[in-house]
Design a protein around this ligand. Structure first.
Ligand code: IVH
Length: 681
């Protein structure tokens, strides 16, 4: 032991080596890794850095000194006459990584800055198992895994069961040709395999790559035969008696001509900008590919230049793997807080130690509900796997049990709402817990205001979360009606509110007074009443007073309104506080066109509604349609006006349809009309 090396460093190096070896064993020999690639890379990089700082600690058996995994005793050894190397990984996971590679290549080749752009082959980096296929006189002779790069495992019997791998090459293959490539499993095949496992009550596989690796290294080829494996060729090893093509692109074409599968997702790229474009295009389409990749690979296209560039220890200088930002990363779960929604729904939110995943920094992730947390056994203090693929919302996938500290705590739903102190209730058959505070709860009030002002409701531009927070927290606004009492002075007095933006908000509030009945109903935020139901209610009842007066039985006549919705609507309008807010809104000048009051004809489902017929309906004659509408309590008018509730249009509809569109009158077809009428008891 060298005295110059601090004991702590030696200990850390030893610990890293044994940890990495253990993960190698799990990955290569058991095909059951317990950490993500990114975590593994972090351990590996730390060890490389420490060994670089203290070269005296380097040993020949350090994990940094070998290429891949160990060979299992069950398979006969295969010596690779041309070693199976790995490639250097570009550290920058933005498009700029491409420029770094290009700059390095130009430097190594001592190219002048005005020399023409380098030509590269850009390929996908398949996420499977590396494989060497030795063809002798065109016949598959040996299939071997990479092993440690020098010696792999003979898995010929297993590989012969893979239909995608030809037993014989087409055309005029040379006496010896070693094809290097990747065995993989498509996402669809992986999902189907797991569905079968689940149906049979068997353990589920972790991911396509490990499943493919496990299948290749089965002791019984019959088992491999049942796994849907695929193959892509991307290079060659030993060759004899073949005039090699001059470029990587021509080489891939030649391999394809021999009947080997070569991915069509490859591109000849001129210079760094083409590489960067390829990187970004592939990244954007990553989720749509039928198989998994973890990045792209760039190779100098000219084989002559490849030879000139040569190797650096065990990696070729002429190629690089440019990975995408990892989609899964571990992060510490610091706490679970709760968020209160507009209807009081409580959503637990994971507070995480900031983690860079899928290209953004993630700190908060919603956890859906209490059962979900229990089902996944997430505890505060756990290290959890955070996933963000593409543009989707980040998720907490699972906890990593090996990393659970002894003091990790279970989380329980609090008894009281942190915002207003009201009790939190959860109905027996509901997954969601709710704050019972209603509009007393400031969190619910804020959400209700934001909903009221949202684009599809009263559309008050400029009334965002920050402003609503200030207005509610300052006790200035309690209900949506209070918004109409805000003057320029009150708004401009708020912190961080410029006169100009205050003026804009006032104007937006003023503008929102003119609206439609369906927008108004939607804006009230009645539980379960979305835009479509609001529209149906407006159409059915014609006026707000008719909606307010409707009891559950009357509400059940509205299209798509079932018992749950009918109770929710009736309760909302029975609540004196809600009626008061509605009265205040009307008094403040909020108005909308209304149809005839429903009291006029409470008889049928179309009571109080006026229709106009136009065009040829698919099955009903004009007279039949008229008779049906009238017997359901509706009226049929001859021309379209603002008072028309709906225009029923068929084929070849003419000016009435145009008029309806002009006035914003709803246009429906025969089917929708029948549905409206069909709701009659
Ligand atoms: S070329 C000497 N091309 O990535 C260069 N490798 O560390 C040899 N891989 O395990 C590799 N897709 O199995 C190359 N289009 C591709 C690849 C690819 C996936 C794998 C390869 C190896 C690792 C490179």
């Amino acid at each position: 032991m060298n005295a110059a090396v601090p004991a702590a460093v030696s200990r850390r190096v030893a610990a890293l080596r044994s940890e990495i070896r253990e993960h190698d064993r799990r990955y290569y020999n058991e095909d059951a890794p317990t950490i993500s690639d990114a975590e593994y890379d972090a351990l590996f990089r730390e060890l490389v850095a420490l060994e670089a700082e203290h070269p005296e600690l380097r040993t020949p058996d350090s994990p940094t000194q070998r290429v891949g995994g160990a060979r299992a005793a069950e398979f006969a050894p295969v010596r690779h006459r041309v070693p199976m190397l790995s490639i250097r990984t570009e550290t920058d996971t933005t498009a700029a990584g491409a420029a770094e590679f290009d700059a390095r290549i130009r430097r190594e080749l001592k190219l002048a800055s005005d020399a023409p752009p380098m030509v590269y082959m850009a390929e996908l980096k398949f996420d499977g198992v590396a494989m060497s296929l030795r063809y002798e006189n065109g016949a598959l002779a040996v299939a071997a895994t990479r092993g440690d790069g020098e010696t792999g495992e003979d898995v010929t019997a297993n590989v012969r069961t893979i239909p995608a791998i030809p037993q014989r090459l087409r055309g005029k293959p040379p006496p010896v040709l070693e094809v290097r490539g990747e065995i993989y499993m498509t996402r669809a095949d992986f999902a189907a395999l797991n569905a079968r496992q689940q149906a049979a009550g068997q353990k589920l596989y972790v991911n396509p790559r490990n499943t493919a690796a496990g299948a290749v290294r089965q002791l019984d080829p019959a088992v491999t035969a049942q796994r849907p494996l695929q193959f892509f060729a991307y290079g060659i090893g030993e060759v004899e008696g073949w005039q090699q093509p001059p470029t990587q692109s021509a080489l891939l074409d030649a391999l394809a001509a021999f009947g080997l599968p070569v991915s069509a997702e490859r591109k000849l790229a001129k210079g760094a900008s083409d590489l960067a474009k390829f990187y970004e295009r592939v990244q954007a389409r990553r989720a749509d590919l039928p198989f998994e990749i973890d990045g792209v690979v760039y190779k100098v296209d000219s084989l002559e230049l490849q030879r000139e560039l040569g190797f650096r220890t065990r990696e070729p200088r002429w190629a690089v793997a440019h990975k995408f930002p990892p989609e899964e990363m571990p992060a510490k779960l610091l706490a679970i807080d709760i968020q209160v929604g507009r209807t009081g729904a409580i959503t637990p939110v994971a507070r995480l130690e900031p983690v860079f995943v899928g290209g953004t920094t993630v700190t908060n992730v919603t956890l859906h509900n209490e059962d979900e947390i229990r089902r996944r056994d997430l505890r505060i203090g756990d290290t959890v796997v955070v996933r963000r693929a593409g543009d989707v919302i980040p998720q907490v996938v699972r906890a990593i049990p090996e990393k659970r500290p002894p003091d990790a705590r279970e989380w329980r739903m609090p008894k009281r709402c942190p915002e207003c102190g009201s009790t939190i209730v959860r109905l027996p058959d509901e997954a969601i817990a709710r704050c019972s505070g209603g509009l007393v709860c400031p969190a619910q009030r804020k959400q209700a205001l934001l909903h009221f002002a949202s684009r599809r409701a009263l559309d008050i531009e400029g009334l965002g979360d920050k402003l609503v927070d200030q207005l509610v927290d300052g006790g200035i606004v309690h209900t949506p009606a209070d918004l109409y009492k805000l003057g320029l002075a009150k708004l401009a007095a708020l912190e961080r509110m410029a006169d100009k933006s205050a003026g804009n908000v006032v104007a937006a509030i003023e503008k929102s007074k003119r609206t439609t009945l369906s927008r108004f109903i939607y804006a009230l935020g009645v539980r379960h009443v979305g835009e479509a139901t609001a529209r149906d209610l407006a159409l059915h009842f014609g006026s707000l007073d008719a909606v307010i007066a409707a009891d559950e039985a009357a509400l059940l006549h509205v299209r798509d309104v079932g018992p749950v919705l009918a109770v929710s609507i009736a309760r909302f309008f029975a609540e004196p506080h809600n009626r008061e807010v509605i009265a205040q809104l009307r008094a403040a000048g909020v108005h909308f066109p209304e149809g005839p009051p429903s009291a006029a004809a409470a008889a049928g489902p179309l009571a109080g509604l006026t229709f106009v017929l136009t065009g040829t309906l698919p099955t009903l004659s004009r007279d039949d349609a008229k008779a049906r509408i009238e017997s359901a309590g509706g009226k049929v008018a001859g021309s379209v006006s603002k008072k028309t509730n709906s225009v029923v249009a068929g084929d070849d509809a003419g000016s009435k349809l145009a008029k309806a569109k002009e006035l914003g009158v709803a246009v429906i077809g025969e089917e929708a009309l029948s549905e409206l009428i069909g709701q009659a008891p």
